[in-house]
Design a protein around this ligand. Structure first.
Ligand code: SF4
Length: 448
């Protein structure tokens, strides 16, 4: 007798819809918290909002259980739609059977926990089960698609050279100021949000949390990350929390210390890259390609990680060597196993002038063909995960069908003009040369 697996739509009807038409478990059990700025959100879709720095000292659970989220929980309990969750409502309004992230971000929690959330009083505080946390924005890289809100090296660029000039499209404000609100406390100053996190962690968060992912900046450049890793080593057996960390794995990252610190823990490492050699070093300013690759291999060979994940940010500049980069991923998988590494392709939408969609049709179409060839060559082999095949296919379709990076994006002429304005200044500030590094883009770039 075959056992029928429940579809996402069936799950939604059985578990979510009987509670309310807008219930989402993430509002109770998931958060991203930026401790440098004291901002929080429930999943990455709603805009972040501020945590009260006075109240959080009395009750550290306010890092997540803010009045704003409590109000949204009450709305969800009575079937109203919180405005901040517009991302999901838009998907659901396309078609009554459309499955939005609300379903995926709810079904990871037990039905008992979901029932408890739904029956709770809206003023109750909940302990988190999944959390992504950033201690500060310290980072030794200044990638072209990042900005000063997430990198102190980007802050230095703006402090030294001033705002990027002559940009008109949506990304312009990323590059015009130092985003000081992202780091409200100087290094050495007491940050009430960091203090509250460790207080909450020590009291009960270390027991309730199923997964903790530390991000940055570069989290391994932050003393607070090492303090947390030391806690795990000094308190072995007290917490069952799965630990994950995002790292750029640059030459400055102390990989040996990291591997000692995570010894015996369930640990996943996430790193970023999407192109090869000097092209990667151009896009991810601060990266040494050889140091990155050596660190990847060292971590895999240590056998201390449950999986090593490579997150590819698909932008205009990476398309030329992306297929070669994916071949490298396959070579590593063949040597070490399908999770060493596994990869995701995440399509960049902001700043939209760096989107792959600004490229001329012939360059996009050449990349599409190389990705199609890659799939034909590797699809039948089990070293590729289903999600990896789907992500490549999604990019092939995206390059063919989608015309704008997002619905409010400026027209292509303005985006390609910003592309040129931005990279001319980037080259000068960072001592780089786009046309030499990406010869396939040279004629097009000069024609802009
Ligand atoms: S309803 Fe959607 S946007 Fe809101 S918290 Fe849930 S998954 Fe995120």
């Amino acid at each position: 007798m075959s056992i029928k697996t429940e579809t996402d739509t069936e799950y939604k009807k059985r578990v979510i819809d009987i509670k309310s038409k807008s219930f989402c478990g993430a509002k109770w059990y998931n958060a991203t918290i930026w401790l440098g700025s004291g901002m929080t959100t429930s999943c990455h879709h709603p805009l972040p909002h501020k945590v009260d720095h006075n109240q959080v000292q009395r009750n550290p659970k306010l890092l997540h259980n803010t009045p704003h989220k409590k109000q949204e929980r009450a709305q969800m309990q009575s079937g109203l739609r919180p405005v901040g969750c517009e991302y999901c409502w838009k998907i659901e309004d396309m078609n009554t059977d459309s499955v939005s992230d609300r379903v995926y971000k709810t079904k990871i929690y037990s039905e008992l926990d979901l029932e408890q959330a739904f029956r709770s009083h809206s003023q109750d505080d909940f302990n988190l089960k999944t959390l992504e946390i950033a201690f500060d924005r310290t980072c030794q890289f200044a990638c072209s698609y990042c900005n000063p809100a997430f990198s102190t090296t980007w802050v230095n660029d703006i402090r030294r050279n001033g705002a990027y000039q002559n940009l008109v499209s949506d990304g312009r404000n990323h590059f015009t100021h130092t985003h000081d609100n992202s780091q409200m406390y100087k290094f050495g100053e007491t940050n009430p949000y960091v203090e509250a996190f460790f207080k909450w962690w020590e009291s009960d968060l270390h027991q309730s949390l199923v997964e903790l992912r530390v991000t940055g900046g570069e989290p391994l450049m932050s003393g607070e990350t090492w303090k947390l890793l030391d806690w795990f080593q000094n308190n072995k057996g007290r917490s069952q929390t799965r630990l994950a960390l995002n790292s750029n794995l640059g030459a400055e990252v102390d990989v040996d210390r990291l591997l000692t610190s995570v010894d015996g823990l369930t640990f996943d490492l996430y790193t970023s890259n999407e192109s090869m050699g000097i092209q990667a070093e151009y896009i991810r300013d601060g990266l040494s390609w050889s140091a990155w690759l050596n660190n990847v291999i060292k971590i895999i060979e240590s056998k201390k990680v449950r999986a090593l994940h490579v997150m590819c940010t698909i932008n205009a500049l990476c398309l030329d060597s992306l297929p070669d980069f994916l071949e490298l991923m396959v070579d590593l998988k063949k040597q070490y196993g399908r999770d060493y590494p596994n990869f995701t392709l995440n399509i960049l939408r902001f700043p939209s002038f760096q989107s792959a969609l600004v490229l001329p049709p012939d360059i996009k179409s050449e990349c599409r063909q190389r990705l199609i060839n890659f799939l034909v060559k590797h699809k039948g082999y089990n070293y590729l995960h289903e999600h990896e095949i789907n992500h490549i296919q999604r990019l092939i379709d995206y390059l063919n069908i989608v015309e704008k990076p997002h619905s409010d994006a400026f027209d292509m002429e303005k985006l390609s003009n910003d592309f040129k304005q931005f990279y001319l200044q980037y080259d000068q500030r960072r001592n780089k040369n786009l046309t030499q590094t990406f010869p396939n883009l040279s004629d097009w770039f000069k024609s802009l």
